[in-house]
Design a protein around this ligand. Structure first.
Ligand code: NIG
Ligand code: FE
Length: 409
C-alpha cells in the first residue's frame, strides 16, 4: 500500500455533491478549494480538503511509504472522461479534409463510398497488431490532454474479424469498448437489413463478450429507426448497454427509440428540435454533445443550453475519429462548450467528468475528487481551474495521474 499526498495545491475543483448524472442547476455546482490537498491510498482518494485541515500524515507499516507531490502554483481537477471516441482506426482522411475545405460535403463523400467506408478499408487492411499500436498512440495523445478514462468504439471493420480486433485493441489499451456494429452498410451487402442479419448472427455473440455497450448510427444513408431498433434489442438481449448516434444531420427517430429502449445515451443532437429536447429532458437518457464534430464539419451546434435549461442530463465528448472530429482534446471541447454551446466552465467540467462517467457506468468511481473515488487526477499549471475552458487550444501544462501514479514521463 502506498500513500500519495498532493499538497499545497493552489486550487482544487470538483463537481459538487454525490449524485450522477447531474442536471439542471446541479450541473453547474462545482466545489472549489483554495490551498488544498488530496490524500490517496492504494490508488483511491482517501481525503480531500484545505491544507489547514490536513492531519499529519507519514508513512507507516500499514500504509507503506508516503510520496509527497508539490502542488504549488497548480490546480487539481478530476481526470477527464471521454465517453465517445472512435479511436480504433487505421489510415487517415486528410485528403477528404482538404476536399471538404474546398467545398465537398461530408454526407456526399460518404454516399460516394468515401468517408466512413474509406476508413473501413484502411482498418480492415491494417491487421490487429497495427491497430493495437494506433490505439495506444491515440490513448497517449488523449492522456496528454487530460483524458484518464475513455470509451472506444468499433465500427470501422464491419466484418467479424476486424470488429472484434477493434474491440480487443480498445480493451488492450485500457479503454471501455463499445460495439458500433451498425455504423455503415459495408459494400459487400445489398442493404442494411442484409448486413444486420449477418452482424447480429455472426458478430454479436463474441462482441458481447468484449464490449460493454452497443451503438448504432441512426441517419439517412446509415440505418433507419426500425433497423436500429432491431439491432439494439438484440444487443440489449445479449447484455449490452445501449448508445445511439442520433440527430446528427436529420431527426430520424433516435431520441424516441433511445427513451423507449432505456439507452444510456443519444449522441450528437445537432439537428434536435423542440420536441426532442423536451422528450430527452423528461428521460434518463443522457444527451452527449460533440461540439468538435459540429465545428470540424461546419455544422450547427447542438442545442445544449436549451437541453440543460429544460432539465436534460448532458455530457461532453470529443467524438475523436479521422473523418468528422480529428481532435483528442477535451479541454478544447470545454472551450467550445463555453464559447459555442452556452455552457459555463462549471457545467462543462461536470459534463466531461461525472456525467460522462455515468454514460460509461462508472460514476461511482470516476469523475470526482472525493473519498472512495479512483485517484485519477490532473495537475494543471494554471492560476485558475477555469483555464481548462478559457485557454483556447492553449498549453495547460497538464500532468495526469492515474491511480495516483504519474501517467506520462
Ligand atoms: O460520430 N456519425 C457517424 N460516425 C462518426 C464519424 C465517423 C467518420 O466520419 O469516420 C461520428 O461523427
Ligand atoms: Fe461518433
Amino acid at each position: 500500500m502506498t500513500r500519495v499526498l498532493f499538497r499545497d495545491l493552489k486550487q482544487l475543483a470538483t463537481p459538487a455533491g454525490a449524485r450522477a448524472p447531474l442536471r439542471g442547476a446541479e450541473l453547474g455546482a462545482v466545489t472549489v478549494v483554495e490551498d488544498a490537498y488530496v490524500l490517496c491510498e492504494d490508488g483511491r482518494i482517501a481525503a480531500v480538503g484545505p491544507m489547514r485541515d490536513l492531519e499529519p500524515v507519514r508513512g507507516d507499516p500499514v500504509h507503506g511509504e508516503l510520496v509527497e507531490i508539490d502542488g504549488r502554483g497548480r490546480c487539481a481537477l478530476p481526470g477527464l472522461v471521454d465517453c465517445h471516441t472512435h479511436t480504433a482506426f487505421a489510415g487517415d482522411r486528410v485528403d477528404e479534409f482538404a476536399l471538404r475545405a474546398s467545398g465537398a460535403n461530408y454526407e456526399e463523400l460518404h454516399a460516394a463510398g468515401g468517408g466512413i467506408l474509406s476508413t473501413v478499408r484502411a482498418t480492415r487492411a491494417a491487421g490487429e497488431d497495427a491497430l493495437v499500436d494506433r490505439v495506444r498512440d491515440h490513448a497517449r495523445a488523449m492522456l496528454a490532454q487530460g483524458t484518464t478514462t475513455w470509451e472506444g468504439k468499433s465500427g470501422y471493420g464491419l466484418d467479424r474479424e476486424t470488429e472484434l480486433a477493434q474491440l480487443r485493441a480498445v480493451a488492450a489499451n485500457g479503454g471501455v469498448a463499445t460495439w458500433l456494429g451498425a455504423h455503415a452498410v459495408p459494400p459487400e451487402f445489398a442493404d442494411g437489413d442484409a448486413y444486420l442479419e449477418f452482424a447480429l448472427r455472426e458478430v454479436l455473440p463474441d462482441a458481447a463478450k468484449l464490449a460493454e455497450a452497443a451503438d448504432v448510427f441512426v441517419e439517412r444513408g446509415a440505418f433507419d429507426a426500425a433497423q436500429a431498433e432491431r439491432y439494439l434489442r438484440a444487443c440489449r438481449d445479449a447484455g449490452l448497454a445501449l448508445r445511439l448516434h442520433g440527430d446528427q444531420f436529420t431527426e430520424a427517430g433516435a431520441i424516441p427509440l433511445a427513451i423507449e429502449l432505456g439507452a444510456r445515451s443519444v449522441d450528437h443532437l445537432e439537428a434536435t428540435g423542440e420536441a426532442g429536447i423536451a422528450a430527452l429532458a423528461r428521460s434518463d437518457v443522457v444527451g452527449v454533445l460533440l461540439p468538435a464534430s459540429a465545428l470540424f464539419l461546419g455544422r450547427p451546434m447542438p442545442p445544449a443550453r436549451k437541453l440543460v435549461d429544460a432539465g436534460a442530463a448532458v455530457a461532453l465528448a470529443t467524438d475523436f475519429n479521422p473523418g468528422s472530429a480529428f481532435c483528442e482534446s477535451l479541454p478544447l471541447v470545454c472551450s467550445l462548450a463555453c464559447t459555442q454551446l452556452g455552457l459555463s466552465p462549471s457545467e462543462a467540467l461536470a459534463a466531461c467528468t461525472v456525467n460522462a462517467a455515468h454514460v460509461l457506468g462508472r460514476a461511482d468511481r470516476k469523475g470526482r475528487l472525493a473519498p472512495g473515488f479512483d485517484a485519477d487526477l490532473l495537475l494543471l499549471d494554471v492560476p485558475d481551474w477555469r483555464y481548462l475552458a478559457y485557454h483556447l487550444g492553449g498549453d495547460l501544462g497538464i500532468e495526469p495521474f492515474v491511480a495516483a501514479v504519474r501517467a506520462l514521463p
